[in-house]
Write a protein that binds this ligand. Structure first.
Ligand code: AMP
Length: 196
């Protein structure tokens, strides 16, 4: 199963991505986690990415697609993967499709979208900022990230809908209930494609 997770910052991609990775026994690849690790390690890549991350803007396509390509070329993603936080714009989505062809991998099966309204997102991100101390979970940066999401990432919903790959879910409520809805929908669509 090759899944892309879509949704605004704070919608629960990380939490649900971890559940799906566990349930399907496939790796979850989070570009945000990989970039934060690079920043913490003060690597050249981390130093290049830091300013954009602190400002709540996107890091360059070149940096993130390099990270993703390295992971998708590795053996542990051969049977599937969950991409959390990538693609973030249409250029990255096209690069991802081309990358899978180039690596001899099957295409993305589903884009899973979690819907959460903005007031709830802001509240969640502020509380995560207090608990986890993430540098970009402060009010000003949260607003930039939500704007970047609306302008650059939200159009991907159409991109995947046109490919008939979009599955959209209400992202508010009990975490395990949301997980169960995802698993059910993914299982149903798998059974449907197997019977065609
Ligand atoms: P996340 O943890 O997914 O919210 O990502 C945290 C930050 O990392 C984002 O606000 C961006 O600055 C950067 N980032 C993560 N994924 C990407 C991506 N696919 N393209 C560009 N920047 C990204």
């Amino acid at each position: 199963m090759r899944i892309v997770l879509l949704g605004a910052p704070g919608c629960g991609k990380g939490t649900q991505g971890a559940h799906l990775a566990h349930d399907y026994r496939i790796p979850r690849l989070s570009t945000g986690d990989a970039l934060r690790a690079a920043v913490a390690a003060k690597s050249v890549l981390g130093l290049r990415a830091k300013a954009a991350m602190d400002a709540g803007q996107l890091v360059s396509d070149e940096i993130v697609t390099g990270l993703v390509e390295e992971r998708l070329a590795a053996a542990d993603t051969a049977n599937g993967f969950i991409l959390d936080g990538f693609p973030r714009n249409e250029s990255q989505a096209r690069t991802l499709d081309a990358m899978l062809v180039h690596l001899g991998r099957a295409p993305i099966d589903h884009a899973v979208h979690l819907r959460v309204d903005e007031a709830e997102l802001i509240e969640r991100l502020q509380s995560r900022g207090r608990v986890e101390g993430r540098a970009d979970d402060n009010v000003e940066t949260i607003r930039s990230r939500l704007e970047v999401y609306r302008n650059q990432t939200q159009p991907l919903l159409d991109y995947y809908a046109q490919q008939h790959k979009l599955l959209s879910f209400e992202g508010v409520g009990d975490v395990l209930q949301i997980r169960n809805r995802l698993i059910e929908a993914l299982g149903a669509s798998r059974a449907e494609s197997a019977s065609i």
